[in-house]
Design a protein around this ligand. Structure first.
Ligand SMILES: Cc1cc2nc3c(=O)[nH]c(=O)nc-3n(C[C@H](O)[C@H](O)[C@H](O)COP(=O)(O)OP(=O)(O)OC[C@H]3O[C@@H](n4cnc5c(N)ncnc54)[C@H](O)[C@@H]3O)c2cc1C
Length: 412
């Protein structure tokens, strides 16, 4: 099959939240954008789906949030840590300013489809889906485009800048020879599955919560997922799945049902095989550098996070917003060198480090299973609610860096 050739200003690899938000911002700024995505449709079941207020506010400003919500979403008012029916920690998002004073569980496909719809309004947009980027084109040492392959044949996209927004196992990062900087800071894995919500979900107007249930040695996360399911994440010690699998589905199901009493019946009925559970290898990472000449990494490709505290989408969206004016400037001045694109890492790295610190604290506070932690946690959780630290932690989790704003002055 003949190689198709395309030319663009910016080639974004990966149509996840980072890639599509960046594409839309650049299109609004008069930049030609080609997005290369290996999937044909965003239908993968286990994508993160809890949006924090920070990402919601930016998506709202972009005119994307209302459409994503209209496709179906649930609001959650609180994040609660529950132990033997006692509420240890109660983070109430309703204390934040409206309208983004809740968590939103929205299938990622709803957000991505809406973003795509907005991008497709621009003539300068090209969406090459079903194409997997597999090579970097170079002009001397400078990255000058990508080569991709898929059922519709091979293609090459030449670009003034390539953006690697291709997720935590980024191919672009690997092709550029950049180390992922993976660390096992969290010492846990998560088994994910969904079961039907009790009686088809909460009554209209009822307050929904995202909850971590602590019982025994494996905390379990649960929240209602649109339209009528409960998403459950069972945390296990890192690498502990083999022992669990050896027990077989019967004992596993009983442990789960004991840990999450409100969903015990659904678990006993619907979790019938280990194949109903999906293992997520939890790790965090920070790529050794985020830019080369002609190349920049964003979102999970640049920094990967544990699912604790639902930060990945927030950070991906904010990355795109921070990179946008820098890229517009690089294109205008014709300077897409590593030094110029590297300004993104210098601006963003302190925010990423702060979120990683908060996640490590959250992980220790909620998930640690040692005898001392178990004895001390209830007292600490009770005190935290009444200290000045509480609103600070809430704002950090909800917004990341609240100063991040869309550079609308770049729009044409
Ligand atoms: C099980 C799970 C639960 C999570 N829960 C949450 C949550 O509740 N809230 C939250 O905020 N975060 C959550 N996260 C994290 C969140 O999903 C990510 O941080 C976020 O999606 C990162 O966005 P991104 O655009 O950088 O990358 P991704 O969303 O990973 O998108 C990367 C895109 O690149 C494409 N791609 C990859 N390789 C290639 C290639 N070679 N060529 C072309 N395309 C390619 C992929 O198909 C994908 O569409 C969760 C993650 C997991 C795994």
């Amino acid at each position: 099959m003949a190689t198709e050739r395309f030319d663009t200003d910016v080639c974004v690899v990966g149509a996840g939240p980072a890639g599509l938000v960046l594409a839309l911002l650049l299109l609004k700024s008069g930049v030609r954008v080609t997005v290369v995505e290996r999937d044909r449709a965003h239908r993968r079941e286990f994508r993160g789906e809890i949006l924090q207020p920070g990402a919601m506010a930016l998506l709202d400003r972009l005119g994307v949030l209302a459409g994503a919500r209209a496709r179906g979403a649930h609001e959650h008012a609180r994040f609660r840590l529950v132990e033997n029916e006692r509420v240890l920690l109660d983070i109430d998002y309703r204390a934040l300013p409206a309208p983004h004073n809740h968590l939103l569980s929205v299938p990622q496909a709803h957000v991505l489809d809406e973003l795509l719809l907005h991008c497709q309004k621009f003539e300068e947009f090209r969406h090459l889906d079903g194409r997997r980027a597999g090579g970097l084109l170079r002009d001397g040492d400078r990255v000058a485009g990508i080569a991709a392959d898929g059922p519709s044949g091979p293609c090459e996209v030449t670009a003034r800048v390539v953006v690697g927004a291709d997720g935590r196992f980024s191919k672009v990062r690997r092709l550029a020879g950049i180390e992922a900087g993976r660390t096992e800071a969290f010492d846990l894995d998560v088994l994910w599955f969904k079961v039907p919500a009790p009686r088809g979900g909460a009554a209209p107007g009822a307050v929904r919560d995202v909850r971590v249930f602590r019982a025994g040695d494996s905390p379990v996360l649960a929240y209602e997922s649109w339209p009528d399911r409960v998403q459950i994440g069972w945390t296990l010690p890192h690498g502990g799945y083999r022992d669990v699998a050896a027990e077989g589905i019967g004992p596993v199901r009983e442990r789960l049902a004991r840990a999450v009493p409100p969903h015990a019946d659904a678990i006993m009925e619907h979790v019938t095989s280990l194949r109903d559970l999906t293992l997520l290898d939890v790790f965090s990472g920070r790529a050794h550098r985020w830019a080369d000449d002609g190349l920049v990494l964003i979102g999970d490709a640049a920094h990967t996070h544990s699912p604790i505290g639902a930060q990945g989408i927030n950070l991906a969206v904010q990355d795109a917003v921070v990179l946008h004016p820098l890229l517009v400037e690089s294109l205008a001045t014709g300077d897409a060198s590593a030094a110029s694109l590297g300004r993104f890492e210098r601006l963003r790295a302190p925010d990423i480090a702060a979120v990683m610190r908060t996640q490590t604290l959250q992980s220790k506070a909620m998930l640690s299973t040692g005898a001392l932690a178990t004895r001390v946690r209830p007292a600490l959780a009770g005190v935290l609610r009444h200290t000045p630290l509480y609103p600070k932690v809430l704002r950090r989790i909800a917004y990341g860096n609240p100063a991040i704003r869309i550079a609308e002055e770049c729009f044409v």
